[in-house]
Design a protein around this ligand. Structure first.
Ligand code: MN
Length: 156
């Protein structure tokens, strides 16, 4: 985990940075997700935020979740689609995405390309909530959301 121990961590090949460890996306095993790595770029007890880089492999996706804390994202590699609330949008290089508090969200990489993004969050944050069957049926009332979710809701 990067802190102020060293001022510069040079870029390494393929969206890696020197001295930054590549970690699994989630450790608790509760969630539905597929093929994602996580790097914590900035995290220091003096800061109230953390900056992470996530990379979703081609065809992979993040957990469908919501929580009290917000996300602010910048796409740094590839392209894909995101669900934020009841909207599904195509996303590509350098797009900015904000996820408001208690809003369902999921990110998917398109089939042929990885999707890499920076994600800023509070350092102290609540645990993500997963959708109940009722939440899912409410989300699927929108045809666009139903189509998005149908692309790969299965256990890895
Ligand atoms: Mn989240």
């Amino acid at each position: 985990m990067t802190s102020s121990d060293k001022p510069v961590h040079r870029r390494a090949k393929d969206y890696r940075w020197q001295g930054v460890e590549e970690l699994p996306y989630k450790e608790d095993g509760r969630a539905l997700f597929k093929t994602i790595t996580r790097q914590v770029l900035f995290s220091d007890p003096q800061m109230q935020g953390e900056l992470r880089y996530f990379e979703v492999a081609p065809g992979g996706y993040s957990t469908l979740e919501r929580h009290e804390h917000m996300h602010a994202l910048l796409v740094l590699r590839g392209r894909g689609h995101c669900l934020v609330g009841d909207e599904v949008k195509a996303i590509e290089l350098y797009d900015l995405i904000t996820v408001p508090s208690m809003t369902w969200h999921q990110f998917r990489a398109d089939a042929g390309e990885p999707l890499g993004f920076l994600c800023m969050v509070n350092a102290a944050r609540d645990k993500p909530q997963l959708p109940t069957a009722q939440d899912l049926s409410r989300l699927k009332a929108s045809p666009a959301v139903a189509a998005f979710l149908a692309e790969g809701q299965h256990r890895p």
